[in-house]
Design a protein around this ligand. Structure first.
Ligand code: ASP
Ligand code: MG
Length: 412
């Protein structure tokens, strides 16, 4: 029988009523003839509570015990979902990561899935089970201990199961009804997309459109898993939500598919560094060693052999970046007059695979911002993305203006 993966996020299993509603949806797919693998998150708020308990008990906690504790939320919802299905006369069984097993690395709290063995679940399907309810977000290390995959990891569990079981599709049930051209809270012209390409979703996911964990999209792209994002609160239909799929499956698309933003970006400027071969390596090497995720970089024109170097990184990494630079200065690897951190900025990005074949997108973006009197502080581009840093107070205005300029309220 064909296999379908259905993943329910925290809000979709937040209480017993919602679990019942989710179970009914599973029942509909079972009735169509699918063997279903259900991946569940913990009830919404549960993982935060568990993480809080860990921190309160032991600030410098042992990561193995962190995983033992925070993985437990998913065990509860997996068992409850299996029981609910059984009450509906659907043969179902719950599975924890080690029981499947979902084999991961031993990087506790940030483990990666290495392999999912399908034999045990397949044997149960062959013996009459119609649903395997799997606790998302967890696996087992080579040492035999429970691991977790990082926050939001049950999306990745779902896609990995869809790949391992060659599922027809991976449906991600959540509290939004799909992927939008931008955040509907910023403009009511935001439009739900019927389809979006993996690469676009990857850019949007990493830019802060928090619908899917970035790694799950990477995995879906690699294994060509058809992903659908849809709401568990609306009526079910085969075309609901947004399909995240290969570029070839999208016939028509706008040049720009979406406008993403991130509030948590900071601009750092090293004032007056020596302009010599190796200087960039001497700056960005230590930053990378310190775990700072540098996104945009600009090096200004040099004068008298000295230049300013500007880069952006997430706001919560500013302290770490400063320390890395101070250490590099103290050890003589680099020299600079000043390090200025501007944390009052936001990053706005226009994303679209159509940019590969159409020119003028950057020009239109800059013109639009200039017409609104918004000053651009840093620019970065890739093949399918243009990002700018602007003062945070202009963030909403910039998103709205760009959404209008690229006419995203209209379908292609
Ligand atoms: N419950 C975990 C979290 O809140 C995993 C997930 O829901 O994806 O991060
Ligand atoms: Mg999530």
């Amino acid at each position: 029988m064909p296999v379908l993966v259905m993943k329910f996020g925290g809000t979709s299993v937040a209480n017993l009523d919602r679990i019942k509603r989710a179970a009914k949806r599973v029942g509909v797919e079972v009735a169509k003839g699918y063997d279903v693998i259900v991946i569940v998150s913990a009830m919404s708020g549960k993982t935060n509570e568990l993480v809080g308990w860990v921190n309160e008990t032991s600030p410098l906690y042992d990561a193995r015990e962190y995983d033992a504790i925070v993985s437990s939320g998913e065990n509860v919802t997996a068992g409850l979902m299996a029981l609910t299905l059984q009450e509906m006369d659907v043969p179902a069984r719950s599975w924890q990561g080690w029981q499947v097993p979902v084999k991961t690395t031993s990087a506790h709290s940030a483990a990666r899935i290495e392999e999912i063995l399908s034999d045990n679940i397949m044997a149960k399907f062959a013996a009459g089970d119609r649903v395997a309810v799997v606790a998302g977000f967890q696996g087992v290390s080579p040492e035999g201990r429970t691991t977790t995959l990082g926050r939001g990891g049950s999306d990745t569990t779902a896609v990995a199961f869809a790949a391992a079981f060659e599922a027809e599709r991976c449906d991600i049930y959540t509290d939004v009804d799909g992927v939008y051209t931008t955040d509907p809270r910023i403009t009511d012209k935001a439009r739900k997309l019927d389809k979006i390409a993996f690469e676009e979703m990857l850019e949007l996911a990493s830019l802060g459109a928090k619908v899917l964990q970035t790694r799950s999209v990477e995995l879906a792209m690699r294994y060509k898993v058809k992903l659908r994002v849809l709401s568990s609160f609306e009526e079910q239909s085969d075309t609901a939500g947004t399909l995240v799929c290969a570029e070839e499956e999208i016939m028509e698309s706008n040049v720009v598919s979406g406008i993403a933003y991130s509030r948590d970006e900071a601009k750092m400027t090293l004032v007056s560094v020596a302009d010599r071969p190796g200087i960039a390596a001497a700056i960005f090497g230590p930053l990378s060693d310190a775990g700072v995720n540098v996104d945009m970089i600009i090096q200004n024109i040099a004068e008298d052999g000295r230049t300013d170097m500007t880069f952006s990184c997430p706001t919560d990494q500013v302290k770490r970046a400063e320390k890395a630079m101070e250490d590099a200065k103290a050890s003589g690897e680099i020299n600079y007059h000043d390090l200025i951190a501007d944390t009052d900025v936001a990053k706005i990005s226009a994303v679209g695979i159509g940019m590969r074949s159409q020119s003028g997108v950057a020009a239109k973006m800059f013109k639009t911002l200039s017409d609104e009197g918004v000053n651009i502080k840093v620019i970065a581009t890739s093949e399918i993305k243009i990002s700018v840093l602007v003062d945070r107070k202009y963030m909403e205005l910039a998103v709205q203006a760009l959404h209008d300029a690229f006419e995203l309220e209209k379908a292609a």
